[in-house]
Ligand binder design. Sequence first.
Ligand code: 5GP
Length: 208
Amino acid sequence: MLVLSSPSGAGKSTIARQLLEQESNLKLSISVTTRPRRSSEIEGVHYHFISRERFEQMRERDELLEWAEVHGNYYGTPRDPVEEALATGRDVLFDIDIQGTFQLYDAVRQDVVSIFILPPSIAEMKSRLHRRAEDTDEVIRRRLKTAVGEMKHWSKYDYVIVNDDLQLAFDGARSVLRAERLRRERCPAIGPFIEGMVDDLKRETGEG
Ligand code: 5GP
């Protein structure tokens, strides 16, 4: 479970998109949200846009792996698609906030790898939010305010990337994914594989 978190305007969505395009065996967890859809967003691709009532129903039925209220709207991760992907050996990418990340830590810390992405400066972060031109000034102000609380938690993440140069930031995130896939405890088949080779070696050398 690869988690990407960042304050709005740090470039996280671009890095997430590139990872999904270039890494096989990686599936995006599509969240549900009560936030209104932006004009560039597609239902079922960026989010499932649902009503507050439906969200509350999902939460009560334990259909969400984690959830949070962010910038005055609800966001949550539907449990079933994540569990199905993991069960078939796929990695899952999450674009979720700090509250959701901490809930995943509580549930399955050893299966979570988290990356916190930071903008190179507040001026650049503001200019990215304005360039996107999809949110009102009020919404942008609110997002900047939320960023203060979020940035304080950077040290709870496994990795931190400052997105000064998009290519370098992307390379960093991809390196994390590739290295973490190779961790011994994530490769359960490696033990029997090595034992088989040791047996072959013993036969070759007439030992044991
Ligand atoms: P946005 O409205 O810009 O798409 O997302 C706002 C914030 O909500 C981002 O920090 C994003 O990572 C977070 N977010 C999106 N989906 C989820 C989710 O399912 N759970 C949690 N906890 N946060 C989410």
